[in-house]
Design a protein around this ligand. Structure first.
Ligand SMILES: Cc1cc2nc3c(=O)[nH]c(=O)nc-3n(C[C@H](O)[C@H](O)[C@H](O)COP(=O)(O)OP(=O)(O)OC[C@H]3O[C@@H](n4cnc5c(N)ncnc54)[C@H](O)[C@@H]3O)c2cc1C
Length: 433
């Protein structure tokens, strides 16, 4: 029996390393969204590995990728590929009109607001919940009108590219609501909460982990899948070649695999959002925050999150800037409705606008690198009551195509869980199965 793995991101690499099966990857390098890459100050050329002199910013395709959560065995597996450091989250919400930074999550730091606002918010959060169909309903019912209008609605409008009034609520654990903790945070310190209170990052960069995994794989780069024929069991590649199979493990997004395999369903496909990540290396500005990342709900450029790679670890900076602490490296995320990709010209104009906005806030001085990347399927959502995800997976499995990983299964999960799923799938399909 011949099994092939499609996609060489973290899921596909883990599956390939566990099984020895061939992995077909469209890009010239491993790692998918988690790929780190390097750009010298003043240059636009990307390098897959750090230059020997270390004089380059390290960025990631999908913005800062921090390893949170994860089964202890998976973390140990990653540690064996590369030593890692642990970091404690520093994150806040920025209110540009007042210049105020409220630590994340907002609902547990109400002491940063006027007393009347905090009292109203606590009253509203203590109310019995009404009916919830959409994410917008969930925000109002969970956080109340005051906090929703102050932050949650405008933020989710940006984060979901306007879909929040139509999609089902999901991932509630990312922003928990516990009234006792909210009361505690209205007068004093509340304990840190959330799925990413602390996290790991490889000492030599995430690219080191993906290369280590790729070295353990039979991986073929530059192999973009353009068709899957489930009747004759043939995968076609953009370069004109093809490969026969008995079973496929696909780590490509579920909607993409469904379309490649020509599977039609009655259900409306669930929506997704794309993200334009702007990677910036710059002179550090006088007001540059010390946070690892900030959430934004009021930006003239339309982004919703700014992360500071170099506030997590100075190894993201060019070697000569690490001691001087006069440079900063940043990722800025802006969401678009699925596949609504701006042109190169629009991306450039957006980059200029973001740099001006960050300069205006005093985060940066002159920019040395401004490099946009595009994640076509970044966040996956569901219409209320949708059965599309289940039906699409079932239809593919009936054709011996097994979707594996975050995008393939249309669910939210981090790197560690993606590696876990890849290892599990690899173990389930050894080469002679
Ligand atoms: C904006 C953003 C921020 C994130 N931040 C974090 C974080 O801080 N921490 C964390 O743990 N997780 C984070 N994640 C999640 C993390 O990126 C995923 O869990 C992980 O990358 C999933 O890996 P994957 O291999 O399943 O998918 P991918 O990385 O998407 O890999 C799929 C691979 O398939 C290839 N491919 C696509 N189409 C084809 C084709 N037609 N033919 C052949 N190959 C193809 C792609 O090139 C890619 O290499 C974030 C995700 C996003 C979108």
């Amino acid at each position: 029996m011949k099994t092939l793995i499609l996609g060489g991101g973290m899921t596909g690499l883990a599956a390939g390393a566990a099984s020895g099966l061939p992995v077909f990857e469209a890009a010239p390098d491993p790692g998918g969204i988690c790929s780190s890459y390097y750009v010298r100050p003043g240059s636009t050329e990307r390098h897959a590995a750090a230059p020997a002199d270390g004089e380059a910013y390290r960025f990631e395709i999908g913005g800062g990728h921090w390893i949170f959560g994860g089964d202890p065995t998976i973390l140990q597996f990653v540690r064996r590929l590369s030593p890692m450091r642990r970091y404690e989250r520093r994150s806040a919400i920025y209110f540009p009109d007042t210049g105020k930074y409220v630590p994340y999550p907002l609902q547990y730091h109400l002491r940063y607001f006027e007393e009347q606002v905090a009292t109203r918010a606590l009253d509203e959060m203590g109310r019995e919940r009404g009916e919830v169909v959409t994410m917008a309903d969930w925000l109002r019912e969970s956080f109340g009108e005051t906090l929703s209008e102050l932050f949650f609605e405008p933020f989710h409008k940006l984060y979901t590219a306007g879909l929040y009034t139509d999609i089902a609520p999901q991932d509630a654990y990312k922003s928990p609501v516990n009234l006792e903790t909210a009361r505690q945070g209205a007068t004093g310190n509340a304990p840190s909460v959330g799925y990413n209170i602390s996290y790991l990052y490889p000492e030599r960069g995430l690219d080191h982990v993906s290369r280590q995994l790729a070295d353990r794989c039979d991986i073929r780069f530059g192999k973009k899948v353009v068709s899957i024929d489930p009747d004759v069991k043939l995968v076609g590649f953009e370069d004109g070649s093809s490969a026969e199979y008995d079973t496929l493990v696909s780590t490509l997004p579920l909607n993409v695999t469904q379309q490649l395999a020509g599977v039609t369903l009655d259900q409306r496909t669930d929506p997704h959002t794309s993200v334009l990540v702007l990677n910036v290396g710059a002179v550090k500005g006088p007001e540059c925050p010390e946070d690892h990342w900030l959430y934004h709900h009021e930006t003239s450029s339309g982004f919703h999150r700014v992360g500071f790679y170099s506030n997590v670890d100075s190894s993201f900076l060019p070697a000569s800037a690490r001691e001087r602490e006069d440079r900063v490296s940043i990722y800025v995320e802006k969401a678009f409705q699925g596949g609504d990709r701006p042109s190169a010209e629009e991306s450039r104009a957006y980059g200029d606008q973001v740099v001006a906005e960050l300069q205006d806030w005093g985060y940066i001085g002159d920019a040395e690198v401004v490099d946009p990347t595009w994640i076509d399927v970044a966040y996956t959502w569901a219409w209320p009551g949708s059965t599309w995800r289940r039906e699409a997976m079932k239809a593919l499995e009936q054709r011996d195509i097994y979707p594996v990983g975050r995008y393939a299964r249309w669910s939210f999960q981090g790197i560690a869980d993606s590696i876990r799923d890849g290892l599990m799938a690899g173990g389930a399909f050894p080469p002679d199965s």
